[in-house]
Design a protein around this ligand. Structure first.
Ligand SMILES: [Zn+2]
Length: 94
């Protein structure tokens, strides 16, 4: 399902968040006068936030020296995931 956010339990992934880029993922950006994308951003088809991961208080792990669920850990997790949405040449993330 496009643009859905799921919150399952389990997982000790690094940021506690997983984004999925399927074929239905949206790519948006700016096009120059030659019709070539100069900035591209991907919109994930699905985002998963793990209840037991470092994004939530009481979750496993932390982010850097910040405990799970702290505002600092949540901010870093979101910034990390947003960086994955910056597309680079060839379609990968930046
Ligand atoms: Zn990552």
């Amino acid at each position: 399902m496009k643009g859905t956010i799921q919150i399952p339990s389990g997982s000790d992934l690094y940021t506690g968040i997983r984004q999925v880029y399927g074929p239905e993922s949206t790519v948006v950006g700016e096009v120059n006068s030659d019709g070539v994308f100069v900035r591209r951003y991907r919109v994930p088809s699905r985002t998963i936030i793990y209840k037991s991961g470092p994004f939530f208080p009481g979750g496993k792990g932390g982010i850097g020296s910040y405990p799970p669920g702290s505002p600092q850990a949540q901010t870093l997790a979101l910034l990390h995931e947003l960086a994955h949405n910056i597309a680079r040449e060839g379609g990968g993330s930046g």
